[in-house]
Design a protein around this ligand. Structure first.
Ligand code: HEM
Length: 378
């Protein structure tokens, strides 16, 4: 009798498990199908500016100032994001000598041309924390002596073209409204809950939470050993594009970085110093452009969407060389801190596009001015 009961219970449990697995598979297939349906081309090649963006931008500036104040390091005011630098180094950006004509745009118009540049390597956090803590890593490049009218009236005469990137291909928010909400919640001390703004499940940003978690990754062995992405799109002449800077060790002398002690707070700076200053070995990268194919799901107004390489390849337009050099001196580090990078420091051919870039126009300028003014007063 008892055996029969056990057998029946076993059959029921088995059936229940099979049904649950089937249900799970059906839900997964439906969700995948729904996601593919929602995220399919064609997409617009034009910017679409939602109502209320200007007001949301002003609100975000106030939050960013709050974050800068919260993270003040003793007396100096640091950046709202990417506060900690591993160093500012001199770099050379050489346009490919045999660049195909369609890719000869803006600062890449002249094959073989070499631009002198400054490169700032950083951790993403607003607080200068230990390098071993999971984080995004930033790279900002400023080409110098770039002719042509600058996008920002305040920048005329500076003759710069900046490329501002971090080492993950997509962003944890889609647009200005979401950034404002999320960063506001983070400034109030929320972390995971910043992605769950209300009890309404429709507003839960689970996919974006996963992007944020993936962005906060363990540190690379060196800032020269990871790939940096523009994340947001830009004009590239008359087309739209994203870009990235990827290590290209084959173009440099062979080098094996000795293992760094990752328990030290600034081991990424040590790695950079070891390669460039002690061992005197240059670091090489390629700068690559990914042109938008509007028939594929490569939207302009949603930075949470990675433009897939299977939809449009990255094409090398220039080589970036960081020569052997000494950079870790008090005066150079102060000069590095006093630099300002922005996607909007540049020329029309590389105009930033999309909501997150429109937001960055006002925020970078305001925060840069805020910290410079206060640091100058001290
Ligand atoms: C597309 C995604 C983004 C990327 C790839 C990115 C990357 C970076 C990098 C690398 C820096 C450091 C630049 C330097 O070395 O000086 C930086 C700074 C900064 N970022 Fe972003 N960022 C992104 C989005 C945003 C957004 C949406 C905001 C806010 C609206 C923002 C606000 C700032 C601010 C205020 C600074 C400091 C500016 C200064 O004081 O000079 N970023 N960002």
């Amino acid at each position: 009798m008892l055996t029969k009961l056990w057998l029946r219970l076993g059959t029921w449990l088995g059936t229940l498990i099979v049904m649950l697995i089937a249900l799970g598979l059906i839900s997964w297939a439906m969700a995948t199908g729904w996601y593919a349906w929602q995220h399919r081309g064609p997409v617009s090649t034009q910017e679409e500016i939602p109502a209320g963006e200007a007001a949301m931008t002003q609100d975000t500036i106030q939050t960013a100032i709050k974050i800068v104040d919260q993270h003040r390091e003793n007396t100096r005011y640091l950046r709202d994001a990417h506060a900690k630098a591993h160093g500012c180094v001199k770099a050379e950006v050489q346009v490919l000598t045999d660049l195909e004509p369609a890719l000869r745009q803006g600062v890449f118009a002249e094959p073989g041309k070499t631009w002198q540049a400054v490169m700032r390597l950083s951790n993403g956090n607003a607080y200068p924390q230990f390098d071993s803590i999971r984080d995004a890593r930033g790279m900002a490049i400023k080409l110098q002596a770039v002719p042509g009218t600058q996008l920002m009236p305040s920048q005329q005469g500076r003759n710069e073209q900046d490329f501002v990137m971090f080492n993950h291909p997509n962003f944890f928010v889609s647009d200005v409204a979401e950034y404002r909400q999320n960063i506001g919640a983070q400034a109030d001390g929320k972390k995971v809950m910043a992605f769950f703004p209300s009890w309404n499940p429709k507003e839960w940003q689970v996919r974006h939470l996963f992007i944020a978690l993936a962005t906060l990754a363990p540190a690379p062995a060196s800032p020269t050993q990871t790939t940096y992405f523009s994340v947001s799109p830009y004009k590239f002449g008359s087309v739209n594009a994203k870009y990235r800077v990827a290590p290209d060790p084959d173009s440099c002398p062979a080098y094996a970085l000795p293992e760094q002690n990752q328990a030290l707070p600034n081991f990424l700076r040590s790695a950079l110093t070891r390669q460039l200053s002690t061992d005197r070995v240059p670091a090489c990268f390629v700068l690559q452009i990914q042109r938008q194919n509007a028939n594929r799901f490569m939207p302009i107004e949603d930075t949470s969407i990675e433009w897939r390489e299977s939809d449009a390849p990255f094409e090398t337009v220039a080589r970036v060389t960081v020569p052997a050099q000494d950079f870790d001196t008090p005066s150079q580090n102060l000069a590095c801190d006093n630099l300002s990078f922005s996607p909007w420091h540049g020329i029309e051919a590389h105009r930033p596009i999309g909501g997150i870039n429109r937001l960055r126009k006002a925020v970078y300028d305001s925060i840069s001015e805020y910290r410079h003014t206060r640091n100058a007063q001290q």
